[in-house]
Design a protein around this ligand. Structure first.
Ligand SMILES: [Fe+2]
Ligand SMILES: [Fe+2]
Length: 471
């Protein structure tokens, strides 16, 4: 079977000139397509969706819009342009030329980093696969599918690296990406947050705000890698990730806006009575999604993370803009821990604390969107503030996983937790209520009652544009 890759798989890696790589991808592609048809967006295969497709990395080239049948989406392979004379910018090899091939001594570590990142991409598609059936509008349906096809493309990006640079083990890892499935009892996805279903649209918006943002920080620190192909791949993925977080930020914002509208219109706090989602429920969803997302940064003190840094494989957020020696031999960093019934900070080796530093960067970034949501509430004249829970709250990984804490960071007993956690995390009743609202609205320009209309359309289109055509 011969496939014209320039035609079928838009790319800027000269696929057509590398026969070995072409053959490897040719073998992998049917499995990918089968995975998409079985575990990609349910019921979507006949729809024409107004999607952006990357066809080059030049400005304008990576955002080509048009109606596409999703199984025919052209999942491309793009690396950001090679920077001349790029160096390894941190760790033991600082100052060396960036590696164009995998350094033999770090092969296993690099493979593990790429596989762990790659595994999250198809996982989120699997987690979100039923959502299309209950879209609150065509605009939202289109955004869901945009996120899904790009996560598929991110899998291609990681699989390309595995095939191009890791020989036979790389091919085996690429196969395994399609064998593990989100929530599968025998072969689950690698990271726990990617095995939870995304059962409703409020969860989807929270996921794209908080969990895709974890992706942003992981990609940004891999974009600093001394392994240049990984760096270039991740830099291009970050351009797409921005839209996913936009979907989350504006999505949650619109749910909040609608709750405020109902409160003002009916002079009531009982938003549910009028089919909206009350602010307290939104806050509980926020608490849940934030806490499972901060877990993704791993242990506060991590020798693995220190090793990745010293090896030059994974840097800190915006490594080259940090004003220090980029070696971290004697530097310290303030790390959170439990003391008595509170959270305190103490200086630890900055090298073993790179995970914690990345988590701090992430938490600061999360706050920006929450501030915007609070402005919506304030402008509606309502006395309520969304807050990000303390990092000690509801943790499954790291020092705080051993304790129970309130959203404001007070350590409490198990008995207190059992008594109070229904105030802080979505209850079965909350979830049942949110689920009861999930009914598809597919008339152009119309939106479900529990969410406000988008402020503007995609790519300059009006909001009543026919983003998805059902055939
Ligand atoms: Fe992604
Ligand atoms: Fe994403």
């Amino acid at each position: 079977m011969s496939i014209d890759y320039q035609e079928k798989i838009p790319n800027n890696v000269n696929l057509s000139e590398d026969r070995r790589l072409q053959r490897a991808l040719e073998k992998w592609q049917p499995g990918y397509q089968q995975w998409w048809s079985e575990l990609g967006p349910e019921g979507s295969h006949q729809m024409d969706v107004y999607l952006r497709t990357a066809i080059s990395v030049e400005p304008g080239g990576w955002a080509n819009y048009g109606h596409v049948k999703m199984p025919d989406y052209r999942w491309g392979i793009f690396l950001a342009p090679q920077e001349e004379d790029r160096k390894v910018n941190f760790g033991a090899h600082k100052g060396d030329a960036a590696w164009q091939e995998v350094p033999g001594e770090y092969r296993a570590e690099l493979r593990r980093l790429i596989v762990t990142q790659g595994d999250t991409e198809p996982a989120s598609v699997e987690q979100q696969r039923h959502l299309g059936l209950t879209c609150p509008s065509l605009y939202d349906l289109r955004n869901l599918f945009q996120v899904n096809v790009e996560e598929g493309r991110h899998l291609w990006a990681m699989v390309y690296l595995l095939h191009a640079h890791f020989g036979r083990d790389g091919r085996e890892e690429a196969e395994a990406m399609l064998e593990r499935h989100s929530g599968d009892a025998d072969k689950p996805r690698i990271l726990e947050a990617f095995n939870e279903p995304t059962p409703d649209w409020l969860s989807f918006f929270m996921f794209t705000y908080f969990t895709d943002r974890d992706g942003k920080y992981q990609l940004a620190s891999l974009a600093e890698s001394g392994f240049d192909p990984l760096s270039r791949t991740c830099r291009f993925m970050l351009t797409e990730e921005a839209h996913h977080m936009f979907v989350g930020e504006t999505g949650v914002g619109r749910v909040i806006q609608r709750a405020c509208e109902i409160m003002n219109e009916h002079k009531t706090d009982d938003v549910r009575k009028y089919g909206g989602i009350d602010l307290a429920t939104i806050q509980r969803y926020l608490n849940f999604h934030f806490s499972v997302s901060v877990d993704l940064f791993g242990q506060e003190i991590s020798t693995n993370a220190a090793n990745y840094f010293t090896m030059g494989l994974k840097g800190r957020f915006q490594e080259t803009r940090i004003d220090d020696d980029h070696l971290l031999k004697d530097a310290t960093y303030s790390v959170a821990e439990v003391k008595g019934d509170g959270v305190v900070f103490s200086d630890q080796s900055a090298l073993t604390a790179v995970n914690e530093r990345l988590r701090d960067d992430y938490i600061r970034d999360c706050q920006r969107g929450v501030d915007k949501w609070n402005r919506v509430i304030e402008e509606a004249g309502i006395d309520f503030k969304m807050t990000i829970p303390n990092r000690a709250f509801h943790r499954g990984i790291g020092t705080f996983s051993a304790v129970k804490a309130t959203p404001d960071g007070r350590i409490i007993t198990q008995a207190d937790w059992d008594h109070k956690h229904a105030d802080w995390l979505p209850t079965d009743e909350d979830r049942a209520y949110v689920t009861s609202l999930m009914k598809a609205v597919t008339e152009p320009g119309k939106v479900a009652n529990w969410i406000a209309s988008p402020a503007k359309g995609i790519n300059g289109t009006p909001t009543d544009f026919e983003y998805v055509r059902f055939n």
